[in-house]
Design a protein around this ligand. Structure first.
Ligand code: XMP
Length: 512
């Protein structure tokens, strides 16, 4: 990855900031979201090809509103201000920002000057998302107008000589048709980027840097079988080989065959130094009789750490602990100021007592889909790379009530049938999470001539972008019918299958 070409995105608190970073990267240019109050020295150190000011909820006249140093505009680095970023640029450079009587909101026609470098290749009018009350009433000296709407006289402005550009609309959202083209015009026509940031060069570059950093020292990685830790582990193993040890704590609460699959991939395909700890009995004994979901989570989290630590102690001191932290974990809390170490919810927190000197987070700058691309580039099988999210506490929170080995087996079988049929029907790409739940409910049924009194399996399938909200998937009846009849026929102790038709909210995705 050629990080020589960085675009800095100054975060003024807007809701689409991550999207801006995404759009820039989609143009094969590396971008980083940084707090709006980053110092001039730091900016110089990062030596960006361009700077983007994001939108934000504040008004430039607010006492507490986030501001920027005027020197930013004197560094000779091109700047693009978006929404609040535009108003701030204009205000800081002596223009006038005013408050409109009412908010301009929606995908609105913007008339533009298409001989501007920013709008190269555009029609004279384009629809972009506008969402603002304040607007630039008077442009600063040296700026000219290059766009307007019926109610916003300055929807786009430029100072070509100084490479300063600003737009009131949001090019980063999908509803702004051709919005990405505005961004790519900024990157390529104005910042003169070359667009050489691609995943294969990221992989190559990361391996080189990790080799330099770690050298002959030892690193330790907790492998969960999830996408992030798997990709981090393979990357590290390509860089330092057997100096990496992965500990895979199999708590026995994974899906059918999953533990073996993880082992097979890492041990055989990648020749990773892998310690698999089969701790099912230990986990089940701690969980015996526990019915409260939060208690289950807590027990599993704590036990996980305990097992991990015990194994780590056998290895002795390591120099580095590998974490699968990814970019959204780093920037998700507001003004890009937080730089949290992922309290890995899969393992219930950082292992305090593991003796290590430093944390390495090789995926820290990547979005989820970039992590997946990295995984593919490294040769990790597609079915692992595109694995649906799976909660750290595993099947324990999909068995309502107390957990026993028998119930675990019932659920594993039913869940495996459901997943198989979904994949067979080609629905695995459109449904974001789907699984079976073993309800604690027994009911009467009839099989052959005999009365049965067995468990009810619930099927859950959710379509969602962010897993914060979601709708239940309208799986065709014929597929549900096949799944239901297969489960009842093939899985012992199940005589009834129901489909969960509740969205989130009000229900959550998991049942516990
Ligand atoms: P809910 O059930 O809250 O789930 O709608 C949202 C997403 O989070 C996952 N989830 C978890 N992941 N540890 C995890 O690592 C957990 O304790 C946990 N609980 C829920 C869930 O699978 C869904 O993708």
């Amino acid at each position: 990855m050629s990080k020589n070409e960085t675009i800095l995105i100054l975060d003024f608190g807007g809701q689409y900031n991550q999207l801006i970073a995404r759009r820039v990267r989609e143009c094969n240019v590396y971008s980083e979201v940084v707090p709006y109050d980053i110092t001039i020295e730091k900016i110089k150190e990062k030596n960006p090809k361009g700077i983007i000011f994001t939108g934000g909820p504040a008004s430039v006249y607010g006492e507490e509103s986030p501001k920027c140093a005027k020197e930013i505009f004197e560094l000779g680095i091109p700047v693009l201000g978006i929404c609040y970023g535009m108003q701030l640029m204009a205000h800081t450079l002596g223009g006038k920002v005013a408050r409109a009587d009412k908010k301009e909101y929606g995908t609105i026609e913007v008339s533009i000057e298409n001989n501007s470098l920013l709008f190269n290749g555009f029609e004279k009018t384009n629809k972009f998302l506008m969402s603002h009350t304040d607007f630039v009433e008077e442009v600063p000296d040296g700026f000219i107008n290059i766009g307007y709407t019926n109610s916003c006289p300055n929807a786009a402005i430029e100072n070509k000589e100084k490479n300063l550009y600003a737009i009131q609309f949001h090019p980063e959202v999908n509803s702004s048709k051709n919005g990405t083209k505005v961004i790519s015009n900024f990157l390529f026509n104005i910042c003169k980027c070359s667009g050489d940031w691609i995943i294969s060069s990221f992989v190559e570059d990361s391996i080189k840097k990790l080799k330099e950093k770690i050298g002959n020292k030892k690193a330790l990685c907790a492998l969960s079988g999830g996408v992030d830790s798997s990709v981090a582990a393979v990357l590290l193993s390509k860089a330092i080989g057997k100096n990496l040890t992965c500990i895979f704590v199999d708590h026995g609460l994974l899906r059918k065959n999953e533990g073996d699959e993880v082992e097979e991939i890492f041990r055989n395909q990648f020749d990773v130094n892998l310690i698999r700890v089969n701790a099912k009995e230990q986990f089940l004994s701690k969980l015996a009789g526990v019915i409260d979901p939060e208690k289950k989570r807590k027990i599993i989290g704590e036990e996980f750490i305990r097992v991990f630590e015990k194994e780590a102690k056998k290895i002795g001191q390591v120099d580095f602990l590998v974490q699968g932290t990814i970019y959204p974990d780093v920037i998700e809390s507001g003004l890009g100021k937080s730089s949290v170490i992922k309290s890995h919810h899969n393992v219930g927190g950082l292992p305090d007592y593991v003796d290590f000197k430093e944390i390495v987070e090789p995926l820290r700058s990547l979005f989820k889909d970039e992590v997946r691309k990295t995984g593919l580039e490294l040769g990790i099988p597609e079915n692992l790379v595109y694995r649906q999210p799976f909660p750290g506490p595993g099947l324990a929170i999909r068995i309502i009530g107390d957990i026993t080995d028998e119930k675990l087996n019932i659920l594993k079988e039913a869940d495996s049938i459901f997943r198989e049929e979904i994949a067979k029907a080609g629905l695995h790409k459109s449904i974001n999470q789907y699984f079976a739940v073993l309800t604690n409910l027994k009911s009467v049924g009839v099989m052959g001539d005999e009365r049965t009194y067995d468990y009810t399996i619930a099927l859950r399938a959710i379509e969602t972008k962010d897993f914060m909200t979601g709708v239940w998937s309208k799986i065709p009846y014929e597929i549900l019918e096949t799944v239901s009849s297969r489960i009842v026929n093939e899985v012992n102790f199940v005589n009834r299958v129901v489909y969960d038709i509740t969205s989130k909210p009000p229900a959550t995705i998991e049942w516990e």
